[in-house]
Design a protein around this ligand. Structure first.
Ligand code: ZN
Length: 393
């Protein structure tokens, strides 16, 4: 809980958290808001977290998700036929020439030097119509998975999706991923886990597929939306992915958008969703919601007060990874409050930006005795009149 409080309160460093720890007000608030009776010192906190396998936190993520399901809060995320869009992507959160641990991936440079780094694969429910994202427990990308970057990410995605399916056996998912994922073994994995998919596809990786489409009869469709953007679709169902996975059939969608200023954006995807003139527009919007994991999750963690790339301590075993998990957990809790808590929503609007909201919140936390989160948000929305000016009347 102390680790979670560190990220929930958006402390910029463990040292700053440690300096505040002895303060009576802060001890009171950590007890009332997080249930922490004895706040550990930074060294002890690091030592304990270093021993904690990150998988232990999976249960916390799935418990929070189950509460959203029970409260019918997932309805805004429904996309096509009760399915949800699951965006999966990797990101780095640590890199150093010196600091390293047993779990570090290593890049060897020509001059003999090494770069140690950590990456993780994130997965989140996204929707093209709104900016909230709901992350699941991430999966670390480990060095023992293979020598090539692609191998590591692929192995991590196998673990991530298999765990996700075990924990949510009935959740209807459409997985959206980049071009790295549009290969036979990965599509077989998705199918075996009963997950639908929309995956990026690039001509240089799929010469066979693009040639096949070139020599087939395709359908075309175009429309101009109310904002003046022109959308042009070329599509064909049931084409072989490549010659080594000839029986792995996919549906092929190529798409061009021309903005009113004449800028052209171009994508190609493969999917197992049936492509028809009435589904292609929705499928295109779903595919493009993939960016929400990058923009709304990783970039928020890096730039909106969470300090994702700051090194909160590396440890010898799990510390670097568990810190990233705890930060993502704090992010999930904030997303849930942003979806479901009226006071939180109003407070964020009042603060005008997330970063400013965290600042205001931490100021309340450090300076005033607070009993509940509700009081915390209310005191920001309707500040009590406190004056430090001596009464001279
Ligand atoms: Zn490491």
């Amino acid at each position: 809980m102390s680790g979670l409080a560190l990220f929930s309160l958006k402390y910029p460093s463990l040292l700053k958290f440690d300096n505040d720890r002895a303060d009576d007000i802060i001890q009171h608030n950590l007890r009332s808001l997080y249930g922490i009776r004895n706040v550990p010192c930074d060294t002890y906190l690091r030592e304990r977290l270093d021993q904690m396998p990150p998988r232990l936190l999976r249960k916390t993520f799935s418990t929070l998700f189950a509460q959203l399901q029970r409260g019918n809060e997932l309805t805004p995320f429904q996309f096509m036929d009760d399915h949800y869009l699951l965006s999966v992507d990797g990101t780095g959160y640590f890199s150093s020439h010196q600091v390293h641990c047993e779990q570090c991936c290593i890049k060897n440079h020509r001059d003999g030097s090494k770069t140690y780094y950590h990456q993780l694969l994130g997965a989140a429910l996204v929707h093209p119509n709104h900016s909230h994202v709901l992350p699941f427990a991430p999966e670390p990308i480990l060095k023992q998975d293979g020598n090539k970057k692609n191998d590591c990410e692929r192995e991590a995605s196998k673990r991530l999706l298999t765990d996700l399916r075990r924990e949510h056996p009935h959740l209807k998912l459409i997985v959206i991923e980049d071009g790295l994922a549009s290969n036979g073994p990965h599509i077989q994995l998705l199918t075996s886990l009963d997950m639908r998919f929309i995956l990026g596809a690039k001509p240089k990786d799929h010469t066979f597929l693009f040639d096949w489409v070139e020599n087939s009869t395709v359908q075309w469709h175009e429309l101009t939306d109310e904002k003046g953007h022109h959308h042009r679709f070329k599509f064909i169902n049931r084409v072989p992915l490549n010659d080594s996975h000839f029986d792995c059939e996919v549906n092929f969608l190529e798409y061009w958008e021309t903005t009113p200023k004449g800028k052209v954006i171009h994508f190609t995807w493969v999917t197992d969703l049936e492509l028809t003139p009435s589904t292609i527009y929705t499928i295109m919007r779903g595919a493009r919601a993939r960016w929400r994991i990058e923009n709304e999750t990783f970039n928020t963690l890096k730039n909106q007060g969470y300090h994702f790339e700051h090194n909160f301590g590396h440890g010898e075993n799990h510390l670097a990874t568990i810190m990233a998990y705890l930060m993502l957990l704090a992010f999930l809790i904030d997303q849930i409050q942003g979806l479901c808590c009226q006071l939180f929503k109003e407070a964020v609007i009042k603060a005008k930006s997330r970063s400013r909201f965290w600042e205001k919140l931490r100021a309340k936390f450090t300076d005033f005795l607070v009993g509940t989160w509700e009081d915390m948000y209310l005191s920001y929305l309707h500040p009590p009149k406190i004056s430090l000016i001596p009464d001279t009347s």
